[in-house]
Design a protein around this ligand. Sequence first.
Ligand SMILES: *[C@@H]1O[C@H](CO)[C@@H](O)[C@H](O)[C@H]1NC(C)=O
Ligand SMILES: *[C@@H]1O[C@H](CO)[C@@H](O)[C@H](O)[C@H]1NC(C)=O
Ligand SMILES: *[C@@H]1O[C@H](CO)[C@@H](O)[C@H](O)[C@H]1NC(C)=O
Ligand SMILES: *[C@@H]1O[C@H](CO)[C@@H](O)[C@H](O)[C@H]1NC(C)=O
Ligand SMILES: *[C@@H]1O[C@H](CO)[C@@H](O)[C@H](O)[C@H]1NC(C)=O
Ligand SMILES: *[C@@H]1O[C@H](CO)[C@@H](O)[C@H](O)[C@H]1NC(C)=O
Ligand SMILES: *[C@@H]1O[C@H](CO)[C@@H](O)[C@H](O)[C@H]1NC(C)=O
Ligand SMILES: *[C@@H]1O[C@H](CO)[C@@H](O)[C@H](O)[C@H]1NC(C)=O
Ligand SMILES: *[C@@H]1O[C@H](CO)[C@@H](O)[C@H](O)[C@H]1NC(C)=O
Ligand SMILES: *[C@@H]1O[C@H](CO)[C@@H](O)[C@H](O)[C@H]1NC(C)=O
Ligand SMILES: *[C@@H]1O[C@H](CO)[C@@H](O)[C@H](O)[C@H]1NC(C)=O
Ligand SMILES: *[C@@H]1O[C@H](CO)[C@@H](O)[C@H](O)[C@H]1NC(C)=O
Length: 401
Amino acid sequence: MLAPSVYLLLLATQALGGHVVKQDATCTVHPSGNFTDDSPAIVSAFKLCGQGGTIQFVNQTYWIEKVMNTTGLNNTIIDLQGTLLWSAANISYWLQNSLPTGFQNQTSAWFLGGNNITFDGHGFGTFDGNGQIWYDFTKGVSNLAGRPHALTIWNTHNSTFKGIRFVQSQMWTMTISASSFVDMLDIFVSSTSNDSQPARNTDGADTLDSHHITFRGWEVHNGDDSIAMKRNSSDILIENSIFYTGLGVAIGSTGQYPGEYEAIERVLTRNCTFIGTRYVGYIKTWTGVQQGFPPNGGGGGTGAWTDSTFSNLTMQVAQITQCTTFSGAVGQCDTSTMQISNITWSGLKGNLLASSVASLKCSAAAPCQDLKILNSSFTFATNTTGTYSCHAVTSTEGFTC
Ligand SMILES: *[C@@H]1O[C@H](CO)[C@@H](O)[C@H](O)[C@H]1NC(C)=O
Ligand SMILES: *[C@@H]1O[C@H](CO)[C@@H](O)[C@H](O)[C@H]1NC(C)=O
Ligand SMILES: *[C@@H]1O[C@H](CO)[C@@H](O)[C@H](O)[C@H]1NC(C)=O
Ligand SMILES: *[C@@H]1O[C@H](CO)[C@@H](O)[C@H](O)[C@H]1NC(C)=O
Ligand SMILES: *[C@@H]1O[C@H](CO)[C@@H](O)[C@H](O)[C@H]1NC(C)=O
Ligand SMILES: *[C@@H]1O[C@H](CO)[C@@H](O)[C@H](O)[C@H]1NC(C)=O
Ligand SMILES: *[C@@H]1O[C@H](CO)[C@@H](O)[C@H](O)[C@H]1NC(C)=O
Ligand SMILES: *[C@@H]1O[C@H](CO)[C@@H](O)[C@H](O)[C@H]1NC(C)=O
Ligand SMILES: *[C@@H]1O[C@H](CO)[C@@H](O)[C@H](O)[C@H]1NC(C)=O
Ligand SMILES: *[C@@H]1O[C@H](CO)[C@@H](O)[C@H](O)[C@H]1NC(C)=O
Ligand SMILES: *[C@@H]1O[C@H](CO)[C@@H](O)[C@H](O)[C@H]1NC(C)=O
Ligand SMILES: *[C@@H]1O[C@H](CO)[C@@H](O)[C@H](O)[C@H]1NC(C)=O
């Protein structure tokens, strides 16, 4: 009788794409190398070695033509030595088959998750979403239904992702959803367009329904939120990172779903550098009155952003913060009941490219409280001392509206 690994090898070669060699608890995926779909081999490696084993990707390029759902892993090591390259040759396939994330009608190319996962890219293992094709196809439309996120880390606990490069993501790069105690370390993200179509909605990372998430040692170049906290995210640490060209650290958007309460609590951003981002940290909430429907309309939800700090940041940005309660809609500005309180910016230094330091258009229905800008020194690209514009802000420290 054949040994199991040999048997699997023979079985796998019947498929057109890559194949898996299993030895003990390690599954090594070998790509076809000729642009035939390697996703069936990858999914089978996770099935064979995703409970207490290792999934090994060699230093070659894998070609992925189909969605993948590899959730429910346990005590699993994923070792990425090569490049995972997503096909965008069949746009209609992705529009029809991308996996729903349960938020803003958005979808994903890959759902990955489980307990005690170590995903190591060693600083060179790469996700390549072939994003230029998507940027050209969407022509700047923000939420095109079915345009996939690169990766959704779902229902994942006590896990580490490190040393991974994400280039040219199809849309949002990764969302950490329904997860806790996940460390995202030394991650490089670059999604930029080489023509006049913007790399819009290419967030570096988003958190959703997740707690105790650490982002350390990130470098992000993109055309949207560098890292964003959405619906029910708490105890988030972002440190020792550098952000280029995007929008900076974002809270929201929140309040898009009528009747839902969304809390963003205890977000600490420290020792980071922001170069050419629009903001350091900003919040966008929907109006308290619903106007239209998700994904591109909404409002009427409520919630809170509290107890968060931005400290020891170096920057060259347009302004440090903007709080706006009427994202995407006209009027009804004073209706949001999203409570923003106890937010501190401290130890900031660097150059502001405009005269506005902060623009805080809060809502009269729930004024912003305890906003502090402390121990900071700015220089300005223009001849100004800086302005702070406020609406419905009840208490400030370190600055005057
Ligand atoms: C691609 O490679 C696989 C094996 O990895 C092989 O089965 C298949 O025939 C090749 N396809 C083409 C078009 O060369
Ligand atoms: C991966 O392979 C390429 C050639 O295909 C080589 O240039 C590169 O150094 C290899 N990287 C590592 C980390 O082994
Ligand atoms: C994970 O695997 C360990 C060891 O086999 C086992 O004790 C534990 O119950 C598993 N956890 C889950 C969630 O399957
Ligand atoms: C986590 O998984 C690794 C193998 O990937 C294992 O060595 C370790 O014991 C696991 N930790 C726990 C707490 O189960
Ligand atoms: C593209 O995907 C669509 C939808 O899944 C499918 O019907 C069609 O056959 C695919 N086209 C090619 C060339 O594979
Ligand atoms: C992924 O697979 C799991 C297990 O089969 C299933 O429960 C889950 O709904 C799937 N997720 C998506 C987004 O399809
Ligand atoms: C988005 O999903 C919501 C439910 O979550 C649904 O009511 C709405 O019709 C969907 N919108 C679109 C444009 O598909
Ligand atoms: C995560 O680890 C903590 C402590 O190490 C443990 O108490 C908890 O059960 C683990 N969570 C899961 C989902 O395995
Ligand atoms: C601050 O972050 C940089 C990386 O951007 C790192 O080299 C440095 O060690 C960090 N400083 C502290 C005090 O952690
Ligand atoms: C304000 O938030 C900080 C964390 O940013 C926290 O340490 C402090 O206790 C909070 N203050 C109040 C009054 O809740
Ligand atoms: C900020 O920097 C100061 C001096 O460089 C240091 O004492 C302090 O611990 C730092 N704070 C944080 C939160 O990193
Ligand atoms: C800067 O503005 C002040 C007051 O508006 C003005 O007196 C001063 O001449 C300006 N300096 C330059 C270099 O334009």
